[in-house]
Design a protein around this ligand. Sequence first.
Ligand code: MF3
Ligand code: CO
Ligand code: CO
Length: 330
Amino acid sequence: MRNRSTKLKPNDPCWCGSGQKLKRCHRIEDNRVRPGLISNLRSVPHSIPSPSYADGRAVIRRPENRVKSADVLERMERTGQLAADILIAAGSAVKPGVTTDDIDELVHQMAIDNGSYPSPLMYGGPETPYPKSVCTSVNEVICHGIPDDRLLDEGDIINIDITVWREGVHGDTSATFYAGEVDPASHRLTVETRNCLLAGIGVVIPGQPISEIGRAIEEHAMAHGLGVVRDFVGHGIGEQFHTDLQIAHYYHPGLTTLMERGMTFTIEPMITLGSPRAALWDDGWTAVTADGLRTAQFEHTVQVTDEGAHILTEPTNRAGHPFWELQDLD
Ligand code: MF3
Ligand code: CO
Ligand code: CO
């Protein structure tokens, strides 16, 4: 195994690829994302059907068929497309000077304008219900960053993770966007994270164990010297946001469940420039890299078909979607 000890010393070349010494470039401790102010709870009109947890109750887990009926699949396709369209709209708003709360406001409004409930809002149970309608994960934030008053800065990368619930089903998708121009290492990280998701999607076929997905993702990440986060995984999805099915993004031979036609789940690799070890903020949600180096993520909800993965979170129009638009590096 490669030694992943990535403790950078002040005289080491900066992780960003500038060629400068770390102490003259990005000093990690000075640049860490810190918790900001979270705005008041946004309301959802009573006319919009809400999931049972919307009023702060615990998420009740019910048994749910892994293989979906044609009817559920049709509804998931429509809800997935809405999630993808909201993702593109939110990504287009990303620029220096915009706050992550501005993005939450946009996502919340677009979700309810389209008759959907923003799934993250109040999700997770009475102790620490998620307080916002979208996850915004900036720079070293791995996932579940809570929108707040932090201004996006030139060179930031931000994962926006959209989940909406409509017609009784969830659609879950995310991508990493740039605030202005980003450094070469962040660009490489983002492109290869997209390629990790492509690699995972590429091995979806009935009859194969779901561990093949993580194997393909991990191989791609390792070939590019990148880390794979283990603490968060993809998940079965449908009438419930997260079902018991787990999709690891690293090779886990114990995941022997075979993919079957009609199954639906997410693939959502979180890939790191340095160590994939995670730490959690006191808010109980925000997961960051322990070493403070950057991380990126892409996510699609997919359906297993005889021809391979069918992406349920396809936008109406791919323009502006980094999953489809990021150019490969040579
Ligand atoms: N959308 C995230 C996922 O991909 C889950 C967010 S849970 C929340 O699974 F409560 F933080 F919204
Ligand atoms: Co997900
Ligand atoms: Co998600």
